[in-house]
Structures are given as structure tokens and as C-alpha cells.
Design a protein around this ligand. Structure first.
Ligand code: ADP
Ligand code: MG
Length: 254
């Protein structure tokens, strides 16, 4: 996979999302410790991937980072606030403001146009319909789909559908975009295209975090976290102008 602007030097800022000693145990009788005492800092400006074999806990960790799930133990900090201690409504509000999520299977609403799909992320935010439309259009333009705004999912390729899902995730201007296997349902050309979109969406104000089992995808990011058996086993900086691999202490698990 060749991504034209994969590892731009983006200044890394403050911690926007953090796990502190987070564990997640599934089940009651037969228990699975899907995540085992993991700590991780994600900073503004970072472009990182999470890799590891199937069942190593990648999706569990991303779901917790995205506050789609709650841990059995530990704290999840969104811009410093431990969301595990908040009431449901407050937690949902903070998640909606801070985090955009992209799924492997796009999760678009079939009867809505691309524009309509992006607009769904902007409901209940006190925007006028006109403001909603203009923000959704601008998000679609950022992923190169401005001209296709009136197409429905069935009229688009998988790659285009995923770009609509990315537009939906960034329409609220979140500080963090989390994506679980976003290229997993795409052929290699579309996968490359989607990774290029993520690379282009990097900014000093935004962190982008991608779960993948595809090393080509991971190689297009700047920091790579490896998981095994519910733990972080490596946390590396990739390539960049200095070249080669270097260990990073920043945010490595305990
Ligand atoms: P990955 O995304 O790396 O493939 P997951 O986070 O999906 O890994 O799963 C980690 C472990 O937790 C696996 O053993 C999986 O079977 C288990 N697991 C995941 N989700 C659930 C669930 N809802 N209920 C029970 N076990 C689960
Ligand atoms: Mg998974």
C-alpha cells in the first residue's frame, strides 16, 4: 500500500483520550479477560494503529476508547474526565462531542443519501437545518465526495461508502477518530484510498486511531501498538523523516 502523505510531521499535543489500568472481563460463568490492565495515552496530532491477532482484544480496547462499552476495572479519560464515573446522559454527551467512530461495515442508513447519512451525526445539537446541511457538505468535501452527496449507499462502491462513514465521523469535528478495521471490507485499491483519506485528515487538533490486522495499513500510520492476549506488547514509532523504528515511551502500557 502506498499512501502519499502517510507520515507528515504533525506536532503532538495534549492527551485527548486515555485508558488507566483498564480491564474488561466478558461473561459470568465462563469468564474471558479480553483486556487485562491496559494503560494508554492518545495525544492530539497522533496517527496510530492497533494491530494483533484475532481475539487479542483490539475491538474491545477500541470500544472502550470510544466509550461504546464500560470497563470492568480502571478509568477511561476523555480530555481528562473519567467517563466511567459519569451518568449515562453526560457520558453520551461527552462521547458525542469528543469522538467519531468508523466501523468495518460502514453502518450507513440505506434509504438516506450520503448527505442525509452525514447529517444524522449532527442531529440534536441545536443546529438549524441549513447549518446541518452545510457542515455535512463540508465533511463530504473533505473526503472527496461533495459531488456525490445525493447518492444512496447502494449507488456507491464500498470505498465510497466508507468515505461517507468517515465524513459522518468527522462532521462533528471530534478530537479523536477511532476506526475498527475500516479497510477490512474493501479491496486493496479502495483500502489504499481510505487510508489516504485518513492520512489527509491528520491535524494537530485531531488524533486518528485505526484497528487493523493488515500490516500495510499499520505501516501507513505513525505509531503502532501491538496487542496479544488482552495486553499491549509493543508501542513503536514508525518510519518518518528519521527513518527506522524507535521505541516510544509515551503512552506505553504499564
Ligand atoms: P479482536 O478485535 O482483537 O479480534 P476482541 O476484542 O473482539 O478481539 O475479543 C477479545 C476476546 O474477547 C476474544 O476472546 C473474544 O472471543 C472475547 N469477546 C469479545 N467480545 C465478547 C463478548 N461480547 N462476549 C464474550 N466474549 C467476547
Ligand atoms: Mg476485532
Amino acid at each position: 500500500m502506498t499512501v502519499a502523505s502517510p507520515q507528515r510531521e504533525i506536532p503532538v499535543g495534549e492527551v485527548v483520550l486515555a485508558l488507566e489500568g483498564v480491564s474488561r472481563v466478558y461473561g459470568t460463568e465462563v469468564q474471558v479477560r479480553a483486556l487485562d490492565d491496559v494503560s494508554l495515552d492518545i495525544r492530539a496530532g497522533e496517527f496510530l494503529s492497533i494491530i494483533g491477532p484475532s481475539g487479542s482484544g483490539k475491538s474491545t480496547m477500541l470500544g472502550l476508547l470510544g466509550v461504546l462499552d464500560l470497563p470492568t476495572d480502571g478509568a477511561i479519560r476523555v480530555r481528562g474526565t473519567d467517563v466511567t464515573r459519569l451518568a449515562d446522559a453526560e457520558r453520551s454527551r461527552l462521547r458525542g462531542e469528543a469522538i467519531g467512530f468508523v466501523f468495518q461495515q460502514f453502518h450507513l442508513i440505506p434509504h438516506l443519501t450520503a448527505l442525509g447519512n452525514v447529517e444524522t451525526a449532527l442531529l440534536y445539537r441545536g443546529l438549524t437545518p441549513r447549518e446541518r446541511r452545510s457542515r455535512a457538505m463540508s465533511a463530504l468535501e473533505q473526503v472527496g465526495l461533495g459531488e456525490r452527496h445525493d447518492h444512496r449507499p447502494v449507488q456507491m462502491s464500498g470505498g465510497e461508502q466508507q468515505r461517507v462513514a468517515i465524513a459522518r465521523a468527522i462532521s462533528t469535528d471530534p478530537g479523536v477518530v477511532l476506526a475498527d478495521e475500516p479497510t477490512g471490507a474493501l479491496d486493496s485499491r479502495n483500502a489504499e484510498n481510505v487510508m489516504q483519506i485518513f492520512a489527509d485528515l491528520q491535524s494537530p487538533e485531531r488524533a486518528i486511531c485505526i484497528v487493523t490486522h493488515d500490516m500495510d495499513v499499520a505501516d501507513a500510520t505513525r505509531r503502532r501498538i501491538s496487542m496479544l492476549d488482552g495486553k499491549i506488547v509493543a508501542d513503536e514509532m514508525l518510519g518518518g523523516p528519521s527513518g527506522g523504528l524507535a521505541e516510544t515511551g509515551a503512552g506505553a502500557g504499564s
